[in-house]
Ligand binder design. Structure first.
Ligand code: ADP
Ligand code: MG
Length: 262
């Protein structure tokens, strides 16, 4: 982006405010031109014993290609509910969520599974690795549903393990790995198909600071190099520090939506 060089252009405002505005405008126009996710008046009600509980209450959002965005808010604010709808794991009660051109409400279970399998990657706080399988087999797992020849599949797995620095752990089982390594395997599994969108729900919740920074730096790099869109749900300041856009959620409503120049 051209805006970054601007501080040496001889203007003596000393504020840098113009540059930030420019960067923000550039970022906004990139987002608007390449919208991958479009959410309108989204509402989600869950039935409860006492009636119904509104977890999302009128969300309007657009998320563009190659964004590195986080939905941030306290526990219970609706982050997971929103990510689950974007990930076609759940559907809206009212309003619209269009993901990669497909309206989530209109998908039958088979179509939703196909969207997840072909275009989306998921990372969870608890890694969700299969304990009896090796690192290689865990990362290979999402590819088994696609009809690929063995060599092609093997190469995709090895590429993904290389991005995550795991090539020496190919034959290990999850129990032989540290928490940070397990989360790296989970990221490799999410990235193996080069999905358009990766949804990461509290990915650092079980990691120490060093491992959290490590995986975040890797995800920033994957976002830059592969153009993958990352969407986090988090209340961890370490994650928030890396976000290029921070969408704050309180009681199922977006309260602020900031683009940041970090
Ligand atoms: P967050 O991820 O921000 O902690 P969630 O999206 O998990 O929040 O939950 C938002 C609110 O919706 C919470 O109050 C939660 O208890 C409620 N909720 C989530 N899922 C269900 C469900 N399946 N049934 C009833 N209430 C739910
Ligand atoms: Mg949650």
């Amino acid at each position: 982006m051209g805006g970054l060089g601007g501080k040496n252009n001889g203007r003596k405002t000393g504020q840098g405010g113009k540059n930030e505005e420019e960067i923000t405008l550039n970022y906004k126009s990139i987002m608007e031109n390449t919208t991958l996710i479009s959410i309108e008046a989204l509402r989600k009600d869950f039935p409860t014993s006492g009636g119904s509980f509104t977890a999302l209450n009128g969300i309007d959002l657009k998320i563009g290609k190659a964004e590195f965005t986080g939905v941030v808010g306290p526990s219970g604010s609706g982050k997971t509910t929103l990510l689950n709808i974007i990930g076609s794991l759940d559907s809206p009660s009212e309003g619209k969520a269009v993901v990669l051109g497909q309206s989530i409400s209109d998908l039958n279970p088979k179509q939703a599974a196909l969207l997840r399998r072909s275009k989306l990657g998921f990372i969870f706080q608890s890694y969700n690795l299969l304990p009896v399988y090796t690192v290689f087999e865990n990362v290979e797992f999402p590819l088994l549903l696609l009809k690929l020849d063995d060599n092609h599949r093997r190469k995709m797995v090895m590429d993904s393990l290389e991005w995550l620095g795991l090539t020496d752990k190919v034959k290990s089982k999850p129990a032989q790995l540290s928490g940070g390594e397990c989360q790296r395997v989970a990221i490799a599994r999410a990235m193996v198909k080069k999905p358009e969108i990766v949804l990461a729900d509290e990915p650092t919740a079980n990691l120490d600071a060093a491992n959290s920074h490590n995986i975040l730096k890797t995800m920033v790099q994957l976002n830059k190099e592969l153009g993958t869109t990352f969407i986090f749900a988090t209340h961890d300041d370490k994650v928030i520090g890396y976000l290029k856009r921070k969408i704050s959620l309180v009681d199922g409503k977006v309260t602020t939506d900031e683009i940041r120049n970090n």
